[in-house]
Design a protein around this ligand. Structure first.
Ligand SMILES: Nc1ncnc2c1ncn2[C@@H]1O[C@H](COP(=O)(O)OP(=O)(O)OP(=O)(O)O)[C@@H](O)[C@H]1O
Ligand SMILES: [Mg+2]
Length: 239
């Protein structure tokens, strides 16, 4: 079953068309990778999926329903590209706000916080102010807030970005654990060996168009496929 369907999505910023009819789908229970050069449109696609920006045309269905449906949003955890929390609060205080706004009934919430904070090795920092977190600590905290509600679908924009080798491994293992527990994970990354190791399928986006959907049997060739497509199409000049 398709848990996420992106259909012919177009989006322009000013005169620049950034998404040129993006279509793909993610099946329930899979780990689906999203790769493409800088500026290809990955984060924009993810923001459209999360209903943070509106497409000019096309549609997104989450669990078969429009992404603007508030019921749908509760079933999705999102790690934005820049999970920077400028607030002068501690990790625990931030999560308290999250609990109050999203999971007021959740007695298991703080157990989950402990579980995932330990997994992500960020438990020792929960009473430090977020403004004092390092880049990698913020990244780990961003992941924690995305997974702590146990959503069915995770949309993670470069979850391994800024992490040390141990952190990268922890996150890869966490994604596989979530999959084992029946969750679906859609994530973007530039680390192609991670795609090969943990994804069931992946798609390639270049210059606002999906060029390939790579099936599991072909994932070991993802790097060659990627390079080949970039050679064919070229990468739009970044101004
Ligand atoms: N708010 C915006 N206003 C104008 N242009 C934008 C805006 N957001 C994104 N863009 C442009 O859209 C294009 C795609 O950006 P996007 O952030 O989706 O790329 P990406 O694939 O996530 O790249 P990266 O790998 O560097 O994260 C870029 O050319 C970018 O400059
Ligand atoms: Mg991006």
């Amino acid at each position: 079953m398709e848990i996420l369907l992106v259909k012919e999505v177009r989006k322009s910023f000013g005169k620049a068309e950034v998404l040129k009819g993006v279509s793909f789908s993610v099946r329930s229970g899979e780990v689906f990778g999203f790769v493409g050069p800088n500026g290809a449109g990955k984060s924009t696609t993810m923001k459209v999926i999360m209903d943070l920006i509106r497409p000019d045309s096309g549609e997104v269905l989450l669990f078969g329903r429009p992404s603007s449906d508030p019921e749908v949003r509760k079933r999705v955890g999102f790690l934005p590209e820049h999970p920077y929390f400028y607030t002068n609060v501690t990790g625990r205080e931030f999560l308290k706000f999250l609990q109050l706004s999203l999971y007021p009934e959740g007695s298991l919430f703080w157990e989950r916080v402990s579980y995932y904070a330990e997994k992500l090795q960020i438990d020792w920092a929960m009473d430090k102010k977020l403004s004092e977190y390092s880049k990698g600590m913020l990244q780990r905290f961003g992941l924690l807030q995305a997974v702590v509600g146990e959503p069915e679908l995770l949309i993670l924009d470069e979850p391994m970005s800024g992490l040390d080798p141990i952190g990268r491994r922890l996150v890869a293992d966490l994604i596989l654990e979530l999959k084992e527990r029946g969750k679906t994970v859609f994530f973007s990354t530039h680390i192609l060996p991670d795609v090969e190791r943990i994804c069931d399928r992946a798609c390639v986006i270049i210059d606002g168009r999906i060029t390939d959907v790579v099936e599991s049997g072909e994932l070991q060739n993802i790097e060659e496929i990627f390079m080949e497509r970039v050679r064919e199409i070229g990468v739009r000049e970044v101004l």
